[in-house]
Structures are given as structure tokens and as C-alpha cells.
Write a protein of this length. Structure first.
Length: 137
């Protein structure tokens, strides 16, 4: 159920104009790594499918604690202060011969964030609402 809600939320955020969400922001990211990792659903183990991962350079398959992302020293995103990580499943194309080929990622990923949280879950930072540190979705 959470996955369906989150997928719907992402779809709404990606297809709605930014002005529809006053607490929304968007920024571009280059791919940090491509791997079978999902620290939330399968921490420390290979994930069931491949993800394209963007964001802070502290990403790991396990992300051992809630503060792991704070150890990043760089990010692959335009938002220099955000060392969070974001990931999405890699896309594949089925050729006419029935073979699967991963669609090569080109350009930048657009991270669109919408804050649907109580005031205790977010913090005010220079006029912007940002998720509080260590928040996991």
C-alpha cells in the first residue's frame, strides 16, 4: 500500500505544475551510480532490480544508520546543500529479438519534491521548507 501511495505521489508531483504545490522544489541530478541496491527495502542485500541512484556520495547498499547520508562530501545534484540520495528503477527495452537492453541514462534526473508533512517533520532553512535531517521516505 505504501508503494502504491508513494508511486501515486511521485506521479502527481511529476505531472502537476509547481505552483499547485507551494512547498515543492525541483532540481537536476546526474547519475551517481547504477546498481542493484535499495537500502530501505533490502538493506545490505542485492535489490530485486537495478536502480539509477543520484545524490550524495555517501550512498551504500546498507546505509547503516539514519545519519549515513550526512557523511557525504559531494552530491551529483544541482542542490549543493542536499546530500540526500534518490533512486528509481532502471528502464529496459525489449528488442525485436526478445533480448532486454538497459535504456542508457542521458542528461540529468529531475528530482521533484513535495512536502506532505506536519511542521514537526520539516525545518525552515533560509526561507525554504526542507525535510528534517535523517528523514526516510
Amino acid at each position: 500500500m505504501i508503494s502504491i501511495f508513494f508511486s501515486t505521489l511521485v506521479l502527481v508531483a511529476l505531472t502537476s505544475p509547481a505552483h499547485a504545490f507551494p512547498d515543492a522544489w525541483s532540481f537536476g541530478c546526474k547519475i551517481l551510480t547504477t546498481q542493484r541496491s535499495d537500502p530501505l527495502l533490502s538493506p545490505g542485500l542485492p535489490a530485486g532490480h537495478v536502480h539509477e541512484i543520484v545524490g550524495g556520495n555517501a550512498f551504500s547498499r546498507s546505509m547503516p544508520d539514519a545519519l549515513a547520508a550526512t557523511h557525504a562530501t559531494q552530491t551529483s545534484c544541482d542542490a549543493a546543500l542536499d546530500h540526500s540520495n534518490y533512486w528509481a528503477p532502471a528502464l529496459y527495452h525489449i528488442g525485436s529479438d526478445g533480448e532486454f537492453e538497459r535504456v542508457k541514462f542521458t542528461g540529468t534526473a529531475s528530482v521533484n519534491t513535495v512536502v506532505f508533512a506536519t511542521s514537526s517533520d520539516v525545518m525552515l532553512f533560509t526561507g525554504l521548507l526542507l525535510p528534517k535531517p535523517c528523514m526516510r521516505l
